[in-house]
Write a protein that binds this ligand. Sequence first.
Ligand SMILES: Nc1ncnc2c1ncn2[C@@H]1O[C@H](COP(=O)(O)OP(=O)(O)OP(=O)(O)O)[C@@H](O)[C@H]1O
Ligand SMILES: [Mg+2]
Length: 257
Amino acid sequence: MNDKAVRLQSVSHHFGSVEVIRDLSLEVSHGEYVAVVGPSGSGKTTLLNLISGFLEPSSGTITRRGESRMVHQQDGLYPWLTARENIALGLRTRRGTAGRPGRLEAMLDLIGLNGFADHYPHQLSGGMRQRVELARALAGEAEILLLDEPFSALDYLTRVRLRGELERLIRERPRTVILVTHHLEEAAQLADRVVLLTGRPARIRCVLEIPRPRPRRPTDPAVVEAVERLLGELGADPETSAIIPPDHVARADGGGR
Ligand SMILES: Nc1ncnc2c1ncn2[C@@H]1O[C@H](COP(=O)(O)OP(=O)(O)OP(=O)(O)O)[C@@H](O)[C@H]1O
Ligand SMILES: [Mg+2]
């Protein structure tokens, strides 16, 4: 029986002649928090679109158990709906009910946009739009959250605060999370496993497990060690963060620890 929330078996994908993902296999358990990091243009957004079912893989199979919600890297809001109406869409369930009363106000509170509830996306900054998207995804009951750099447009303090809020909400209502981020620290602080992808076509370069309960401080030794390993894998010398030639980088062990 397939008891995994998400399972990819030998998945490859290309857009025309551009091969974006090659023979990628990954299993994510129910309630697991997986971060995906990799170079820009390597295929991370494509990977989430495949998992959500928005794209069909060119070959291989993908199974998903449970409804998924995606937070898009850019502008996934409906431009003709206000912030409040966009979030309200997230509250709707497949059975058509409107969700718990007060939930919408609670989500607006969470993202600190009470005064902007009736603004349309074009009247909000990029960071505000990102917060509305996150609220829309968290408002609902979807089992699987696919988060595509959900904090990238936020200032540092808002980023840290929302990261903490997301952490708290997931603890209160466990879900399966796949988070794409460029921030190694964020990945190591939040995730049970960090999957590092190669450049295009994306394959799994290594998987790091972070067997440490959350919440974790960014300065937790397990977080720091994971970041150093990831930097090493990426060819950066953790001592100086200077890039060292790839030949000097130890091969990944495939995460069998
Ligand atoms: N719909 C599409 N049609 C054609 N090519 C596409 C399409 N979507 C993505 N690509 C190409 O696939 C590759 C991977 O894109 P993708 O958006 O998945 O990368 P990414 O890892 O998310 O990058 P970033 O970190 O910059 O967000 C890129 O070369 C991109 O040009
Ligand atoms: Mg992307």
